[in-house]
Every structure is written in structure tokens, then in C-alpha cells.
Design a protein around this ligand. Sequence first.
Ligand SMILES: [Zn+2]
Length: 214
Amino acid sequence: MTFSRFFPAATAAAMICSVSTAHAFSLLTPTRSWDTVPVSIGVMNDSVSPETSIGAPDPDFGVTAITNALNGGVGWNGAAPGLVHAYSATSWSLNDAEPTIVFNDPLGVCAGSCLAATLIGSYYLSGGTGVIQDADVFVSRRATVRFDSELERRPMRCAGSYYIEGVIMHEVGHVLGLDHSSDPAATMFATVDPCNDLMDAITADDIAGLATLY
Ligand SMILES: [Zn+2]
């Protein structure tokens, strides 16, 4: 089963010496994308333990914040209008053709320094190009990782936490067919610092990568 992880900044040093290329983005291998849009993505609060909760002042633990971010114009829809439609979900299942963001990690795919992980193995090849059938996102529930949403942030109260909208925007990039970028400013860069609230806004490099797929 293939999955991709979003690591916190502690593992970033090894990437600083990466070789410069014509572009920074990269695509999943083999190349794959959805053949119909919008890609409807469920957002599910499955917070069965306090450490998975994204913040008490956010009444639904981030579902609204993430849904708004994914449907808004600074994320992937800003590059390809109508590409993504997020909604509040109440259940999920593997390989059901309904991509879901789960605020939990019931399969244990997000270990080590992982903040969130996306299962990207559900696709078939058509003429050498992959057609994605499903991709599900799981969020770390380790007690040492704390998430906030920007809704909760007001007034500024970040203290070493990660902004869930940015982490999820990155994972949805994997859902759409992107791999990691070597551009540290890109949403698809492999790591993020605590309190960085910029990752939910995609960059020119993210847009260039997406444009090769949609
Ligand atoms: Zn990633």
C-alpha cells in the first residue's frame, strides 16, 4: 500500500541541498489524475481522543475550517476552478471512490514525524497514464502533535502547533496527483514549520504542477 507523508520541520535539513531543476514540483509515479471533476472530498471529524481534536474554540474541530479552505480560491480551486468540492462527511472506507480526510489514523499509516498521510494506491492504468479511483487522508493522533485551525487562531495564539488547513491542502495535492516539490515556499514542499499559516495558499510552483494534470 502506497502512502505519502507530510513531515514536520525537524527532518527538513536534508532537503536544503537538493539539486535545482527547471521546475520544483514533481508528480506521482506513475503519473495519475482524476478523470472527472470536481473531485468531491469528504471531511470527517473522527476525533476519538483529545489529542486528535484540533481545538475546542473551533466548534466542529476543524471540519468547517478545512472545508472552507478546500473550497476557497487560494487553494487548488484557485488554479483550476471547480476542481475540488469539499463537504462534511460522517464515514469513510478504503477504495470506495469517495476520498475522505479522516481526523484520525486508524490504520497507523502516519508514524514517526508524520503529521498526515495520504493513501494513493487506488488507481488503474489507461494507456500508460493512471486514473485515480480513491485516495484517503489520515491525520496524526500522536499526543505530541497539536493542530490548530485559523478559525481558532483568532486572536493569535499559536504556540508550536500546526495549522490544519495547510497540512490538509498539502495532502489534497497528493490526492490530486502531485508529489513533493523542492521549492520550500510551495504547498507541496515535504515539511512545514509550526505556526506557518501560509501553506493553505498554493504557489506558482504548485499551480505549474497542477496544470500538467488538469
Ligand atoms: Zn506530502
